[in-house]
Design a protein around this ligand. Structure first.
Ligand SMILES: [Zn+2]
Length: 440
């Protein structure tokens, strides 16, 4: 396999700035070289040091001056919601009923699912997202389609079919037994194949019977390395519903905990209205939260308390939560997280933002030994920014004096247009068309 050397302005987070301080949390090599071979990073350093060591056969890709970072990791996104994103006027429960479930009902059709999966995966790559934790629909076909599209491109991707056997329309309802059978069939087929992983995926407590949640907990025990992926404490009406369904539960988290679903591989989307003790128990269990600011704002769900998560050492990653979220771009999503922080009186600095978008997300999905940083031995998933993507971005970035300022401006003004290239396991999988080919 060809060895490639990529020259550029290399930046990677290596730790949580909230824990170790900003200065220790990142590595920045302005005139650097990244060497990749067989899908992995084999060297990284100053160009002046690495270039003389390269054999003549090495393929050189020159991105001098362009910022190169690890690929983005999206810790919560719904594949079958791409056709109803930007649906008007409702909060969570009505939004699910009116828009989401009818759209997801179509994913029992394998042809529809395969077509949507190709679009979905290309859209991730266009936005610089190299790994994601993905909800399928209730149908096994949707997950087959998604994994097929991701596997074709060698992506590190985790997904699961939604378990939902009560309180949802018939077209998107499974049974405790069929949901369990389909989940195990999918895990047997895909978990550990290439870079794919399976997640046991209960929709949320109100949509899953006790029997279904018991089986979900059992499946987690029966396999090695599965993730558990669900929603929790997103919306006030939802929380009241859970309280009505489980009057003897201590709180929302306790409902999942009693079924064995609170583990070190559990990822809970939203967690907006948790109280301190719930954060504490998440931290003690080493479970993770997927923070989805565009979704939380769009559905009017509330403002996530990142400070509390930090206080209790809870793993946090960024989720776009398409289709309640409003952008595939993790870059745009951390920009919205900054604004949520402003409303909460919590300053979110650019290092922390990029940590959440890369290494924090990798930790949340228990894949930090594989991806999330630019370090020797890691899989070579990275992206190349285009600092001239828009006239405003180009003009504003010229005034940046530090890497922190550059990252911050990118997060506030950037979107898919700022992603010039996306690389998966050392192969270029997306290249934005040069400006000369774009209209206008
Ligand atoms: Zn969601």
């Amino acid at each position: 396999m060809t060895v490639k050397a990529i020259h550029g302005d290399l930046f990677t987070m290596v730790d949580d700035p909230a824990l170790v301080g900003a200065a220790q949390s990142y590595i920045h090599i302005p005139d650097g070289t990244l060497v990749v071979e067989s899908g992995h990073i084999t060297a990284i350093g100053k160009r002046a040091d690495i270039e003389p060591t390269l054999a003549a056969s090495v393929e050189v890709i020159d991105h001098t001056g362009a910022l190169i970072t690890p690929g983005f990791i999206d810790t919560h996104i719904h594949f079958p919601q791409i056709d109803m994103i930007a649906s008007y006027g409702e909060q969570l429960l009505d939004w699910l009923e009116d828009y989401t479930f009818p759209a997801e009902a179509l994913y029992g059709d394998a042809v529809h699912a395969a077509d949507a999966a190709e679009f979905f995966v290309r859209e991730l790559l266009r936005n610089g997202t190299t790994s994601a934790l993905v909800y399928g629909s209730v149908h096994a076909q949707s997950v087959d389609a998604l994994f097929t599209a991701a596997h074709k491109r060698g992506m590190r991707m985790v997904a699961g079919k939604a378990l939902m056997d009560r309180n949802v329309p018939k077209q998107v309802r499974d049974t405790a037994e069929s949901g369990d059978k389909d989940s195990r069939m999918l895990a047997d087929r895909w978990h550990g194949k290439g870079r794919l992983g399976y997640a046991v995926t209960p929709r949320f407590a109100p949509a899953c019977s006790d029997e279904q949640l018991i089986r979900a907990g059992q499946m987690l025990k029966d396999y090695d390395g599965l993730l558990m992926h669900t929603h929790m404490s997103e919306n006030v009406a939802e929380i009241k519903w859970v309280k009505d369904l489980y009057p003897d539960a201590k709180d929302y988290l306790d409902v999942y905990d009693r079924f064995g679903l609170l583990t070190s591989t559990s990822v809970f989307a939203h967690c907006i209205h948790l109280h301190g003790e719930e954060f504490q128990r998440l931290g003690e269990a080493d479970a993770a939260i997927a923070y989805c600011p565009t979704s939380n704002l769009f559905l009017g769900s509330g403002l996530f308390n990142l400070g509390e998560a930090e206080k209790y050492g809870v793993k946090v990653g960024i989720g776009t939560d398409i289709g309640a979220g409003t952008s595939f771009s993790v870059l745009e999503t951390i920009g919205e997280a900054y604004k949520v922080g402003q409303l909460r009186g919590q300053k979110l600095d650019a290092f922390k933002s990029f940590y959440l978008a890369t290494l924090g997300g990798a930790k949340a999905l228990n894949m930090e030994s594989n991806v999330g940083t630019l370090e020797v031995g890691k899989e070579a998933d990275f992206l190349v920014f285009d600092k001239t993507a828009t006239p405003l971005l180009e003009r504003r970035l010229k005034h940046c004096k530090t890497i922190e300022e550059t990252l911050f401006v990118l997060s506030i003004l950037g979107d898919d247009r700022a992603i010039r290239e996306t690389w998966i396991a050392g192969e270029r999988m997306h290249r934005r068309r040069p400006k000369s080919q774009l209209k206008g």
